[in-house]
Design a protein around this ligand. Structure first.
Ligand SMILES: NC(=O)C1=CN([C@@H]2O[C@H](COP(=O)(O)OP(=O)(O)OC[C@H]3O[C@@H](n4cnc5c(N)ncnc54)[C@H](O)[C@@H]3O)[C@@H](O)[C@H]2O)C=CC1
Ligand SMILES: CC(=O)C(=O)O
Ligand SMILES: [Mg+2]
Length: 613
């Protein structure tokens, strides 16, 4: 009996692994369009521009609406890339912001016109285009969004829509939505409150979801919750497109978010909701409020934490030490906001469960390898009105502390600690100045790690050039936004790693989706972080490479997604999805799970819009 069930299950797994392989025809399915003529040309999902074959032109009422020559997808692709390169050539010498916005416009126009071509060029050139659709350019786009706005993308729920959201959600045209990224615009990257203009962030994050996790773009939904803004400049700007009122606070604010979450859940109960760029108090409050009721996570708190943990473990390996020595690393974290506290919590948790720690939990709550600073300097227990989330990491400065430090000590004073790692999530550009970096020369690590994780580029705590010059060529470096590698004095490369939550959030979302997780647990998030940490080889680490290249993002995401899905199964949180029973997932080997996840990824190809016969 048992043997029959096992045989049936392995046959089912073979079927899953063989039938869902991406191939030109299978990827989009035989979608037969009901639209005709210009309605098709104006629908970016169906539009093929000059690549409509003659049969489709005849049968879909397109004859005469296009120039006569039929171009191939490859020719269209080449034409776009050539025009992109011409734009690069023609804007040489212009200020960076002008060039970046021009690049964003040309990509955005393609996105509006032809999604298949757009996502193909994005996937194939992710390393070059990520800085345009994502950080840093997306920050510039948000800052200028009211002026750049041409046509809407995603949905907008405002404080004025109270009581209407349950019906409004049905205005979204797609029947199924898998992935939602929502913001209230209150802390956009390190740029502060940008109100409704923050919609650029959910759009950019979901583009990364499509490119990295192969989420079908018809099933993603960027959302702005416009509860007002406290940005005076925007409130006075006549062109500002959001509500011109101060932000809702307290229960009024939560009532809007509650209603939105209920509406989403009512229409798409299995959709994953990613909270993005909420100011700290609401980031934590909403996470606690919703995480066990809905399948949601906060990327800034939880995604960032996993990426930083992978970097911190990489820094231990770079020193040639065993991973268990992580518990002895001295880590200075600058910024005690949603991201900084998220990182501290996860790193602390990882220390407590480090293999090699003789007894799980032997380090105990009192074990504190962290020195945390915020805008008022070093945080100690004598700080008044300390948020309980931060209090866990406050230094006591009782007799057990060796360094002569005090409440509010500056970053330069904290050098007495001789930290192994200096990690910035402060949103303050250049705060790791020459003096601070030179102090890191005294680090107890043979290769001090400097993580300047704030975004966008202007807010990075320092540059890789500064690090290799002032800390030394033995340092390792990572930043939230991309920088170029540096040529060191001996001709070697000084690696400018990118430590951005884009390495994890697509896999967290995809793993949760494919496993049909009821909610996203700490175990699933740890599995994601550990998977990323183990992706890099010892050889690469020795060279100072702590994170893989963004070019491998699909491969990384397949692995992370599989790790997350398997963790969901282990914790009995997986309910499966359309073609997958959680028991199938349980019987898959690790590599079969990775294959399965990779095969479920959407890949952009033109599919036939009419039946052959
Ligand atoms: N690389 C990545 O993947 C991610 C990067 N970030 C970046 O991290 C930054 C912070 O984000 P959140 O924590 O959400 O913001 P937040 O506003 O919640 O926290 C900022 C923290 O920095 C502190 N701070 C401000 N000025 C300071 C100074 N001069 N010295 C020391 N600390 C100072 C504040 O007191 C606060 O504790 C942003 O720039 C954001 O773009 C956030 C998430 C992911
Ligand atoms: C990367 C990201 O999520 C942030 O800077 O907020
Ligand atoms: Mg963010």
């Amino acid at each position: 009996m048992w043997r029959h069930a096992a045989a049936r299950r392995s046959a089912q797994i073979r079927r899953l692994l063989s039938t869902s392989a991406p191939s030109a025809g299978a990827v989009r399915g035989p979608c037969i369009v009901h639209k005709r003529g210009t309605d098709i040309l104006h629908d970016p999902w169906y539009n093929k521009d000059t690549a409509f074959p003659l049969t489709e032109r005849d049968r879909l009422g397109l004859r005469g609406l296009l120039p006569p020559r039929v171009m191939s997808f490859e020719q269209q692709y080449e034409r776009f890339i050539n025009s992109y390169h011409s734009l690069e050539h023609n804007t040489q010498g212009e200020p960076d912001s002008v060039v970046s916005l021009a690049k964003w416009r040309i990509l955005n126009r393609l996105h509006d016109r032809n999604e298949t071509l757009y996502y193909r060029v994005l996937i194939d050139n992710i390393k070059d285009f990520a800085p345009i659709i994502y950080t840093p350019t997306v920050g510039l786009v948000c800052e200028n969004y009211s002026g750049l706005f041409r046509r809407p993308r995603g949905m907008y729920f405002s404080a004025k829509d109270k009581g209407e959201m349950m019906s409004m959600i049905y205005n979204w045209p797609a029947e199924k939505v898998d992935m939602i990224v929502v913001t209230d615009g209150s802390r956009i990257l390190g740029l502060g409150d940008l109100g409704v203009q923050g919609i650029g962030i959910p759009i950019g994050k979901l583009d990364v979801y499509v490119a990295a996790a192969g989420i079908n773009p018809q099933k993603v939904l960027p959302i702005m919750l416009d509860v007002g803004t406290n940005n005076e400049e925007l409130l006075e700007d006549k062109l500002y497109l959001g509500l011109r009122q101060p932000r809702l606070e307290g229960e009024e604010y939560l009532a809007v978010v509650d209603e939105f979450m209920e509406a989403v859940h009512a229409r798409w109960p299995k959709a994953i909701v990613q909270f993005e760029d909420f100011q700290m108090k609401w980031a934590f409050e909403t996470l606690q409020r919703y995480r066990s009721r809905f399948c949601m996570f906060n990327d800034d708190v939880q995604g960032t934490a996993g990426v930083a943990l992978a970097g911190l473990l990489g820094a231990v390996r770079a020193q040639g030490r065993p991973l268990a020595d992580f518990t002895k690393q001295k880590i200075v974290v600058v910024g005690a906001g949603s991201a900084g506290i998220g990182v501290l919590n996860m790193a602390k948790h990882a220390m407590l469960r480090m293999p090699g720690t003789h007894k799980i939990g032997e380090l105990g709550e009192g074990h504190n390898q962290f020195w945390v600073l915020d805008k008022d300097g070093l945080i100690t227990k004598s700080r008044k009105d300390l948020d309980p989330a931060v209090a866990r990491f406050a230094r006591g400065y009782g007799p057990e502390e060796v360094e002569d430090l005090h409440e509010g000590a500056s970053l330069v004073e904290v050098k007495k600690v001789k930290p192994h790692v200096l990690l910035g999530l402060s949103g303050v550009g250049g705060i790791f100045n020459e003096e601070v970096l030179k102090a890191m020369k005294e680090s107890d690590s043979p290769c001090p790690a400097i993580f300047a994780m704030s975004n966008p580029t202007t807010k990075a705590e320092c540059t890789p050039e500064d690090v290799f010059k002032h800390v030394g060529e033995n340092a390792v470096f990572a930043s939230g936004s991309p920088f170029s590698n540096v040529t060191l004095s001996n001709g070697r490369k000084g690696y400018a790693n990118q430590a951005n939550n884009m390495y994890l959030f697509p896999g967290i979302g995809l793993g949760a989706l494919l496993s049909g997780a009821r909610h996203i647990s700490d175990g699933m998030l740890h599995a994601a972080a550990e998977c990323l940490a183990s992706y890099i080889t010892d050889d690469a680490i020795r060279k100072g490479i702590l994170f893989p290249s963004i070019s491998s993002i699909r491969h990384i995401t397949a692995r992370v997604g599989a790790a997350v899905a398997r963790a969901a199964v282990d914790e009995d949180l997986a309910e499966g999805c359309s073609d997958l029973d959680p028991r199938d997932l349980r019987s898959m080997s690790e590599s079969d799970t990775v294959d399965y996840v990779a095969r479920k990824m959407w890949y952009p190809v033109y599919s036939p819009l009419v039946n052959d016969k």
